[in-house]
Design a protein around this ligand. Sequence first.
Ligand code: EPU
Length: 336
Amino acid sequence: MNIQENISLKKYNTFGVNVNAKRFISVDSVYKLQQLLKDEKDLFLLSGGSNMLLTKNIEKLVVHLNIKGISIDKEDDNFVYLTVNAGENWHEFVLWSIEQGYGGIENLSLIPGNVGTCPIQNIGAYGVEVKDTITKVEAIEIETNKLVSFSNEDCAFGYRNSVFKNDAKGKYIITSVGFQLSKSKHKLNTSYGAIEKELSKRNIQNPSLKDISDAVIAIRQSKLPDPNEIGNSGSFFKNPIISIELFHELKSKYPTLPSYPVSDSEVKIPAGWLIEQSGFKGKRFGEYGVHEKQALVLVNYGNANGEEIYQLAQHIQNTVKENFKIGLEIEVNIIR
Ligand code: EPU
């Protein structure tokens, strides 16, 4: 086993925070991972590093999950069933699927991170969540070192949520994800306002999978910072779900308050709006700040440390709470 010492994790987390791993190993097969688990159980798992904020050096052994490969398990006229290993880059997998003519994940283009972590927070964008295409999640149970399989139902998916953030947290290492993608009669999802607008701007009436992907890429590039240029972890907070009573109270005070229906008694509010109205959008505090085009995204301009970004997040939470009586939940994993 090739364990390295004192490795900077700056290039392994999309926030670009410079902390060190005391010990670091990159693992490229399930077999090697199981060999490692025989000796080491107290691990810090690192995949695409796109949903974490590191605030200090990591004392545990950092295991970079780098298991690659895509296989076709079966297919019929309408669907293909794939197993995709955890270390595959998410966006490259999306582009590959589109090239093959496989549909279902085109709206999830350009999301940073790797395939192995997509089920944990049930990545979603532009009217689609990854849970709708996942058939199974394979993982090693750390305690027993055995490979186990979760069905879609076992994953208990919710909005930016799954069993891997709850009961199963810290107990498994995801090694691959199974997908069911369409080969024909694709169910295109173009009803999200921004996609509709982008397609009509491009004069596209009957979009292909690639047209939708291109539109999503253009929308994301216009709003969200590229982690290769400005460190970030996408949406830092979840969009809060509030009671209809509080919604009516706020709406009469703030008529422009946007909302999405959730149920008869609840609505979802864009956190970006609450943060913008609280005066944070585009605010820069030295090396870190709030993105100028999307207030839900906190950014590292280069040399910020994670702790100060976390303090800004808390300041935003307190201010939004005071202004709107809404508690914002942090979506990114804070490593303290
Ligand atoms: N808004 C503002 N100011 C802002 C940002 C947003 O007022 O600075 C308001 C606007 O009214 C806008 C509405 O929020 O119409 C919605 O904004 P947007 O379409 O950008 O989506 P979002 O709700 O802010 C969510 C996801 C994103 C995903 C987009 C598109 C969460 C936490 N975030 O953001 O996911 O790309 O929808 O579907 O649900 C991510 O998770 O990292 C992520 C980027």
